[in-house]
Design a protein around this ligand. Sequence first.
Ligand SMILES: NC(=O)c1ccc[n+]([C@@H]2O[C@H](COP(=O)([O-])OP(=O)(O)OC[C@H]3O[C@@H](n4cnc5c(N)ncnc54)[C@H](OP(=O)(O)O)[C@@H]3O)[C@@H](O)[C@H]2O)c1
Length: 310
Amino acid sequence: MKAVRYHSHGDSDVLVHEEADRPQAGPGQVVLGVAGTGFNMLDVAIRAGIVRELFAVSLPHTPGVDVSGTVTEVGPDVTGWSVGDEAVAFLPPTEPGAAAEYVAAPAQLLAAPPRGVDLADAAGLPVAGLTARQALYEHAGLKAGQSVLINGAGGGVGGYAVQLAARTGASVTATGSARSRDRSRSYGADRVVDYTETPVLDALSGQRFDAVLQLVRTSPEETARLVDLVADGGVFVSATTPGPENPERGVRVEQVEVRSDADRLAELVAAVDSGELRLEVAQRRPLAELPAVHDEAAAGKLSGKTVLIP
Ligand SMILES: NC(=O)c1ccc[n+]([C@@H]2O[C@H](COP(=O)([O-])OP(=O)(O)OC[C@H]3O[C@@H](n4cnc5c(N)ncnc54)[C@H](OP(=O)(O)O)[C@@H]3O)[C@@H](O)[C@H]2O)c1
């Protein structure tokens, strides 16, 4: 089969579209014929070798933690999944991933994909949706009537976070540039601050939010000023730069480490099915363009969710 792999850590030029052995389903696994794999910055960090302590991969490694596809083989000890079933999953980051025609996936991580959504596009849901959900509910404990700032609403995580927060009944302030402004508004943001026009910290100076969700990398000084935007007793939740502790004002500072969770993923799928959550893919790209996608992401050229098609 064809896969994009890397034989050493490094820049995007280590990614090669090449022949690789087709995986077989081990105990507890299924093999999926890949319809799509969602691009995530995590794949860039693992490829570059900067998160080796957390995610030690065997080389050559196939990236791609988000997958949608169709079951082609069922391994021993798997119940509930049959050949021909469609599924989505957030795959274990240290195992061979879905930037390939086929991938072996733990059956316990699978959820049925949303109905009425292109199967390849469904690969845009798992990591971004689970990160947004875990950040807003498990870390921030967001409730109706609260105010939340979503810093970095134009990305994959931010798009789901705006929708989930708005659906919860929170008032949502989003940051984003012109390319995501209308999308964030249509997702329910009450206000969008354009970070390319005015520095966010200047635009929001003096304001306070019950929760701030940090999805952008900032300097320690900027991060501390973002924590200053949290109301007394509120919460700063970061998926990127950790916030400094702020015990004086009772601000909780939390760090998201997204985990794969088939039950929560099934809840997100149900929200898509019921029309409460929109699953939108900004770009579909051929898998062979993965090196270019890594470069574009690192250069800040991507907006919204990108899915690669093998
Ligand atoms: N800790 C975890 O478990 C975890 C899990 C998932 C993701 N993450 C991290 O969370 C971050 C967001 O993930 P993602 O998948 O949503 O990333 P993404 O899709 O790559 O986000 C890109 C978006 O960031 C926005 N952006 C860039 N600079 C900005 C700035 N200065 N102010 C406001 N927005 C800015 C851009 O918005 P516009 O289009 O509006 O310009 C762009 O669309 C990434 O750093 C990712 O690595 C962490």
